[in-house]
Every structure is written in structure tokens, then in C-alpha cells.
Design a protein around this ligand. Structure first.
Ligand SMILES: Cc1cc2nc3c(=O)[nH]c(=O)nc-3n(C[C@H](O)[C@H](O)[C@H](O)COP(=O)(O)OP(=O)(O)OC[C@H]3O[C@@H](n4cnc5c(N)ncnc54)[C@H](O)[C@@H]3O)c2cc1C
Length: 296
């Protein structure tokens, strides 16, 4: 279903992000677990793409599996670093053939070889290419960074870059993960000041371990880990179960406040595990997205 229709149907959009597992055991684990995510009836799910094409075929395989074997509506991520227009066009055609309606258009982190083979400089170029190559067949989403993107310290200029992506024709913005709602609310206001009216989904990542948090800090450069959260986590750092519960309840508190502020969507970075998302739904008084999507 095109994002425009999803947005018409759902007052609040709920989505889950998966990554294509590298191992056979990971694949079996995730595909077995998909029914748990189905039971939560999200608006859509998304599948990450390895920058430079490292997961090109695995992303495609997982998207096709989800589309053909489950009731979930998959949206592939596509990064453009290291790709030629011809490669991107072939990937897009394969998704048209599979009946995919939307793409999350990203640049990806720069490659070590300096992206010498790339026909694209930024995600904005990919957006143009998606529209031109497919005659506007896809709903297009992009990434946004409430706490800044490491490559562009000037926040005003960074907002100009986001506005450029919006002006190239997009349907939604999905935020980078954040743990401090105040930063997200402030960014949404700054987007409004810049004339950005696209729906913005909040990226939520329930911390499940201290090691996972440290990995995430590396990947999601810019995201702040509030002292209050760190104090709670480090107090129980030797108790894995307690850390998982603290991380999940922090994310649940974030979600409750976001919903109070009528956020347009919540995107869960699930790390392919269903436990935290299920737990958060329960804490919000729901067993499925449908109960949360259109509150009376
Ligand atoms: C929700 C979400 C999902 C993600 N999924 C993936 C994934 O599946 N695979 C993956 O590899 N990565 C993923 N990422 C990470 C993302 O690819 C990286 O953070 C990347 O560095 C930035 O991508 P972008 O699409 O925002 O790029 P861009 O919009 O191109 O921005 C990248 C940087 O360039 C700057 N910039 C933009 N336009 C210009 C210009 N005209 N001139 C100069 N500078 C400019 C921006 O300010 C920013 O600092 C995801 C991020 C988010 C938030």
C-alpha cells in the first residue's frame, strides 16, 4: 500500500525495522519470529540495506519473503553510495515486479574507497532517480536527524539539506533513533519553521544491553544518551535482565509521551527481536497497532 494511503488509514503509523540476517540461524530465527510481529499488526515493516550493496540480495530476499509469506507490508531501504544509476534502476525494477509500493531512500555512510563508482552524491540525488526511473511508482521516505548528522555540524545548513530532500518529492521522514524526546520535539518544530510539512515518524530503539547501547552510539552518531538513562542502566550493568527491562521501559515512556503529543508515527528499530516491542505495546495498553493507531 502506498504511504499516502497508509497515512490516510492510520492516524498514527506504527512500523518495525528488520535487518537481513547474515547467518542461516539468524534467518530461521527471524522468519520464525515474523508471526509475532504480524500479531502486532504494524502499518508496515522495513528492511535495511548494507551501504555499497553489501546486503543487496539478502535485503531483496527478505523483502520478497515478507511480501509473499506474511500479511506484513514491507518497505525496502535503499542506499545509493557506491551504486550506478543502472544498478539502482535494476533494483527498483525488481521491487516493482514484486509489487512493492514504497522505498526508504538513503545515501548510506560514505565508503572507504571514497564512493568512486557512485553516480550519486547525496540521498536527494537518489530521490530524483527513483522518480525518474520509475515514473513516480514508489512512495518515498527519507532519514532525518533530530540530534544532527555528524557530517554537517551546522544545524541550519543540515535543515536546508533535509528541505532539499523534501522538495525532491517525498512522502515521509523517519527520524534517527533518539532517547531524549525534548530533542525530537524541538527538531520537529525546527522542521516546521523550515517549511517542512511531511509526516515525521519517531525512531525508537529499546536498549537491550549495555554492549548494544555502545554499538548503537557508534552507528547513530549524534544521538544523546541522557545521564538519567545511563544512571539507571549502569546501576544494574551486571544484570542483563534488569538492563533489558530498564531499556524497554525507557522506550515505553518515550512512546507514551510521543503519543500524547500526537506524533504521526513510531518506527521501532527492533534488532530482529520482538520482545521489547511486545512489552511496549502491553505497557501502552494495546496488543496490536490497530488498537493504538486510531484512538477515539
Ligand atoms: C531511519 C533510518 C534508516 C536507515 N537505514 C539505513 C540502511 O538501511 N542502510 C544504511 O547503510 N544506512 C542507513 N541509515 C543511515 C544513513 O544511511 C546514514 O546516516 C548516512 O550517513 C546519511 O544518510 P542520508 O540518507 O541522511 O544522507 P543525506 O541526506 O545525503 O545526508 C548525508 C549528509 O550529507 C549532508 N548533505 C546532504 N545534502 C548535501 C549537499 N547538497 N551538500 C553537502 N552536504 C549535503 C547532510 O547534511 C548529511 O550530513 C539509516 C538512517 C536512518 C535515520
Amino acid at each position: 500500500m502506498k504511504m499516502r494511503e497508509i497515512l490516510e488509514r492510520d492516524q498514527t503509523v506504527f512500523s518495525f525495522e528488520f535487518f537481513p540476517p547474515k547467518t542461516e540461524a539468524g534467518w530461521v530465527g527471524l522468519t520464525d519470529r515474523l508471526h509475532k510481529f504480524e500479531a502486532l499488526e504494524p502499518s508496515f515493516v522495513s528492511v535495511t540495506y548494507g551501504a555499497g550493496g553489501s546486503t543487496r540480495f539478502k535485503t531483496h530476499e527478505l523483502v520478497c519473503h515478507i511480501a509473499s509469506k506474511t500479511s506484513l507490508d514491507p518497505i525496502p531501504h535503499l542506499t545509493c553510495v557506491g551504486h550506478s544509476k543502472q544498478e539502482v534502476s535494476t533494483i527498483l525494477q525488481s521491487y516493482i515486479d514484486t509489487g512493492i509500493d514504497n522505498i526508504l531512500a538513503l545515501r548510506g555512510d560514505r565508503l572507504l574507497d571514497g564512493d568512486s563508482k557512485s553516480d550519486f552524491r547525496q540521498a536527494s540525488d537518489l530521490i530524483t532517480c527513483i522518480h525518474e526511473c520509475t515514473g513516480n511508482s514508489f512512495g518515498v521516505g527519507v532519514a532525518g536527524f533530530p540530534e544532527g548528522h555528524p557530517e554537517t555540524p551546522n544545524r541550519l545548513v543540515q535543515m536546508d539539506h533535509l528541505k532539499l530532500k523534501v522538495d525532491r518529492g517525498i512522502d515521509w521522514i523517519c527520524s534517527q533513533l533518539f532517547f531524549d524526546n525534548a530533542a525530537f520535539f524541538d527538531w520537529v518544530e525546527r522542521c516546521e519553521l523550515a517549511g517542512i510539512t511531511s509526516p515525521i515518524f519517531a525512531g525508537i530503539m529499546p536498549i537491550q544491553s549495555i554492549a548494544g547501547m555502545r554499538r548503537m552510539a557508534e552507528l547513530a552518531g549524534g544521538a544523546n544518551f541522557p545521564a538519567k538513562l545511563q544512571k539507571r542502566l549502569y546501576k544494574f550493568q551486571d544484570d542483563e535482565d534488569a538492563v533489558r527491562k530498564i531499556g524497554t521501559s525507557w522506550a515505553a515512556e518515550q512512546c507514551a509521551e510521543l503519543l500524547d503529543h500526537n506524533v504521526r508515527g513510531i518506527h521501532f528499530f527492533t534488532m530482529n527481536q520482538s520482545f521489547a516491542t511486545e512489552e511496549i505495546y502491553r505497557s501502552l495498553g494495546a496488543t496490536s497497532s490497530v488498537q493504538l493507531r486510531n484512538p477515539q
